[in-house]
Design a binder for this molecule. Structure first.
Ligand SMILES: Nc1ncnc2c1ncn2[C@@H]1O[C@H](COP(=O)(O)OP(=O)(O)OP(=O)(O)O)[C@@H](O)[C@H]1O
Ligand SMILES: [Mg+2]
Length: 254
């Protein structure tokens, strides 16, 4: 059975998609079979592993909304052990749905059909708490919360924690936190160091030892539609994601 991990923070631009792409790629590099699920209407994760979303016939919306077979919508990527459940822009309409709680289980039910084919399913969440994010969190065993080292980070964390506890007390009691992940870290600024110390002291056990440095190879790789772990495998960004994947693998209990 796959371990299902959402990469989630309602705050925009904190490194969710970059982390989803590169955690997936680094786990795949370590021989794990990985499905990357793009739940964001922006389709950035799909683009980040090499797909032109304007050319996609079917996407995750067709699975969630129209009962399309998930097997038919999953794409093989050019990277060994890495598959993608893509999204494209029409997904935006889904966040407007006024859904009954049953609707929050659709993704979970779909993933159950294919999870025996993977070791990890990594879900890239959109920067909001609507239908798509709730479906992601209901389907997940754990959550990784990327925290960008900047002033409003702590407010976003408390909102995330409130959402997670709401989901734990209703839709998914077994949801747990895989870890807080410090992203875009720059050791040269005092603010980054302050935020890092604050997060590590508040969430000691739950913060990954690895922090992701600010590294120019990362936006370059996103633009090229390739994980940084394959575009520049020796860059500081790639090395950090390889180290992070090792920490996630160390959490495996079997
Ligand atoms: N470690 C890093 N170093 C430098 N740039 C980075 C790093 N991580 C992410 N970026 C860049 O920061 C921007 C935001 O990253 P990303 O798209 O991963 O965030 P996001 O949380 O998924 O955003 P959104 O909330 O819009 O979905 C992108 O341009 C990305 O290339
Ligand atoms: Mg994103």
């Amino acid at each position: 059975m796959a371990k299902i991990i959402s990469i989630c923070n309602q705050k925009g631009g904190v490194g969710k998609t970059t982390s989803a792409i590169n955690i997936s790629a680094a786990l795949a590099h370590n021989g794990r079979r990985v499905l990357l699920v793009d739940m964001d209407p922006q389709g950035n994760a799909s683009q980040g592993v090499g797909f032109d979303i304007s050319l996609l016939n079917k996407c995750v919306l067709d699975v969630l909304n129209d009962g399309q077979s998930i097997r038919k919508v999953i794409k093989k990527t050019n990277f060994e052990n890495l598959d993608l459940l893509p999204s494209k822009l029409k997904l935006a309409s889904m966040d407007d749905l006024d859904s009954s709680s049953q609707k929050y289980h659709i993704l979970k039910d779909c993933l159950m059909k294919i999870e025996d084919q993977y070791d990890y399913i990594i879900i890239d969440c959109p920067p909001s708490f609507g239908f798509l994010t709730l479906n992601s969190l209901v389907a997940s065993n754990t959550v990784i919360i990327p925290v960008q080292c900047e002033y409003f980070a702590m407010a976003a964390i408390s909102q995330m924690l409130a959402t997670i506890s709401r989901i734990q007390s209703s839709l998914n009691p077994s949801l747990s936190i895989e870890g807080f992940l410090l992203t875009m870290y720059d050791s040269k600024t005092n603010m980054d160091t302050d935020i890092t110390i604050q997060v590590r002291s508040l969430f000691k056990e739950n913060t990954f030892l690895t922090q992701i440095p600010r590294n120019i190879s990362i936006p370059e790789s996103n633009q090229r539609g390739e994980p940084v772990t394959s575009y520049r495998p020796t860059s500081s960004g790639a090395l950090a994601y390889f180290a992070l994947a090792k920490e996630i693998i160390d959490h495996e209990t079997f």
